[in-house]
Design a protein around this ligand. Structure first.
Ligand SMILES: Nc1ncnc2c1ncn2[C@@H]1O[C@H](COP(=O)(O)OP(=O)(O)OP(=O)(O)O)[C@@H](O)[C@H]1O
Ligand SMILES: [Mg+2]
Length: 610
């Protein structure tokens, strides 16, 4: 499973590439670092001021400072004022640092998401055959979010924690080496606890990530297929399967909770232990007049501040590790080469010659499983050609190849004499009006779905197209007419309605070539007749390919191609093919010879009903 990578916590190559996304925001980051430096420095000031107050004014033997008042009340008020200013400074620098870095994180995330989206849109169709949607969506959402944690808080706060730690140690060493050593003596224990904690937590985090990915893909499949699930009473079984995955997730999470539950109290305990050492040893030395009371007070405060960043650092380690894993997956996606590319100097699409030619084409989706073997045919400009054949014979594949969703392995496909590989795929596809076998609609209004972003398609053209495919009566019954919103994937429409909308879409764009793949398989007979009339108008002067299982739809085609087991077996007009008495003849017989039987049954049924 792709999610199950054994992530390193740090990978220089990945990190350099990630930092590239922060480069455009250098200025902001520099400002945030200044804030951070200020923040870390100010953090050290509080205990220093306390020490000053204690040693100058609270101790009977306190020495006076020339900057501070001799009057204890005024002096303490002065120190308090400075303390307040320091607090204000901490407030401002902390806010500045967080605000700037969080927004830089969002900017970087925005850029990365856009890059991913652009890359995915350019990917060849074959890529999506191999990559489940759920997985790709996870790349753009969860994985990018993880990187945001790194951009926004991870990197910079690690630096901040290290800065604070070193400032504190520096000041403590200046005040008393003995007490500093005493405080640091619990450090090995803290580090040991941190290492143990980190090890257990990162293993559980990996299990959580795997479980989340499983939950996502399981839910996606089983919610999309809910109707089939309910139809076959599979709810209980599916629930049990889901429980299993869900339980893995829960157990993995429980393990992290246990780890956190131990880690924080342990570190806290050690921290207070070191404070107790300081209190007893420091108190002893104060008593002997070897140390000022203020130093002990300051150390007690530093002790509390010292262990916090250490706890935070172990947290940051997790962020780092998760970010490395996510970035590895994201970069792998970004580095996937687009297999269908436009040539550097694309040939223009011949404006005059609208012929389509297959020249000894061999094609396989995988390796050597040939879906097309040595297929050759020619469609002259303006001709209407029908393709028939059994399910899985390779009809839809022919179309995918013309539109260059895939590249052929051997042979060539030429349009107007130019190889489709020499053309810009975008230009190529613009020439075609296509109704695909499974119609797909986007959320938006009906008009938007027909226009599909082509602003040159006018409202009148949309209405005309809808009228031609017999859709207008249905649209008039809708409260908002053409502006009626369509829910996700057109779920609120019947399959036939979706087909008609796709049909209208192809019509309204006035393409040079027309391709219909089972375009009217789900509409009633009356509508099909109307559509066929519209079709006769449409194919007039356009090179057209019509795929149909119902042979009645295609009899008037100028040529019929019969695909059988990856090969083109017969071609000719309806009459010619019948005369050969081959595959087409057999198909025709199957469809029409049983007809009288059906009629008979209908009559029987009517008689019974009557
Ligand atoms: N994306 C794909 N990846 C792998 N194999 C595929 C893919 N699409 C189709 N095939 C295989 O290629 C063969 C031809 O499929 P194609 O869709 O061209 O058939 P068809 O003639 O259009 O059938 P139908 O009449 O059912 O629409 C089938 O055996 C199918 O299993
Ligand atoms: Mg098909």
């Amino acid at each position: 499973m792709e999610e199950d990578v054994t992530g390193k916590a740090y990978d220089g190559r990945l990190m350099r590439r990630l930092l590239g996304y922060m480069r455009p925001y250098r200025g902001k980051i520099a400002l945030s670092l200044v804030c951070l430096l200020g923040y870390s420095l100010l953090q050290v000031c509080g205990p220093l001021l306390t020490k000053l107050a204690v040693d100058r004014y609270l101790e009977p033997s306190g020495q006076l400072d020339r900057f501070l008042s001799a009057n204890p009340f005024t002096g303490i008020a002065q120190i308090s004022a400075i303390y307040l200013a320091v607090l204000g400074g901490i407030f401002i620098t902390e806010f500045g640092q967080m605000y700037i870095m969080q927004s830089v994180g969002q900017f970087a995330m925005f850029d990365l998401r856009r890059e991913l989206m652009v890359h995915m849109q350019r990917m060849h169709v074959g890529f999506f055959d191999r990559h489940p949607v759920g997985r790709l969506v996870t790349r753009l959402t969860t994985d990018v979010d993880v990187l945001n944690d790194l951009f926004a808080s991870g990197l910079v706060t690690i630096l901040g924690d290290l800065l604070t730690l070193s400032f504190i140690v520096f000041v403590m060493l200046r005040m008393s080496i003995g007490l500093t050593v005493l405080m640091l003596c619990v450090l090995p224990l803290v580090i040991g606890a941190t290492v143990l904690f980190r090890r257990s937590v990162s293993a559980s985090y990996r299990r959580i990530r795997v479980a989340v990915a499983r939950i996502n893909s399981y839910l996606q499949e089983h919610i999309t297929g809910i109707v089939v699930l309910q139809l076959f009473n599979r709810e209980a079984k599916s629930r049990a399967e889901f429980d299993e995955i869900n339980r893995q997730h829960m157990h993995a999470f429980k393990d992290t909770i246990t780890a956190y539950g131990w880690f924080y109290p342990v570190v806290e305990f050690l921290a207070y232990l070191s404070l107790a050492f300081i209190l007893s040893y420091g108190g002893y030395r104060v008593h002997n007049n070897q140390l000022s009371l203020g130093v002990v007070v300051a150390f007690l405060q530093y002790g509390l501040r010292f262990f916090r960043p250490i706890q935070d650092l172990s947290e940051k380690y997790n962020i780092l590790q998760a970010a490395m894993a996510s970035s590895e997956r994201i970069f792998k996606l970004l580095d996937t080469q687009v297999e269908v590319v436009a040539p550097e100097h694309p040939q223009p699409i011949p404006a005059r010659d609208a012929s389509i030619e297959f020249d000894h084409v061999w094609f396989a989706y995988n390796g050597e499983d040939w879906v097309l073997r040595d297929v050759s045919f020619r469609i002259d400009a303006g001709q209407t050609v029908a393709i028939v054949g059994h399910t899985g014979a390779g009809k839809t594949t022919l179309i995918s190849l013309i539109l260059r969703f895939y590249d052929v392995q051997r042979g060539a496909i030429r349009i107007g004499g130019v190889d489709v590989k020499e053309m810009n795929p975008l230009e190529l596809r613009r020439q075609f009006g296509v109704v695909l076998q499974d119609p797909y609609l986007f959320s938006g209004s009906i008009a938007e779905n027909i226009r599909l972003g082509t602003s040159s398609v006018t409202d009148a053209e949309i209405e005309e197209a809808a009228r031609q495919v017999n859709l207008i009566d249905f649209i008039r019954t809708l409260p908002a007419g053409f502006d009626q919103p369509i829910r996700e994937r057109g779920n609120s429409l019947s399959t036939g309605q979706k087909q008609l909308i796709s049909f209208a879409r192809a019509l309204a764009h006035r393409p040079r070539f027309l391709i219909l793949d089972e375009a009217t398989s789900s509409v009633d007979t009356e509508t099909e007749f109307r559509v066929r009339a519209a079709l006769d108008n449409m194919v007039e002067g356009r090179t057209s390919i019509i795929i149909a299982h119902r042979l009645s739809t295609i009899q008037r085609a100028s040529k019929i191609l019969v695909m059988h087991k990856a090969q083109l077996r017969e071609s000719g007009t309806h009459q010619e093919l019948l005369a050969v008495r081959g595959i087409y003849h057999k198909l025709y017989e199957l469809q029409y010879m049983n007809q009288p039987d059906l009629n008979q049954k209908d009559q029987n049924a009517e008689a019974l009903a009557g």
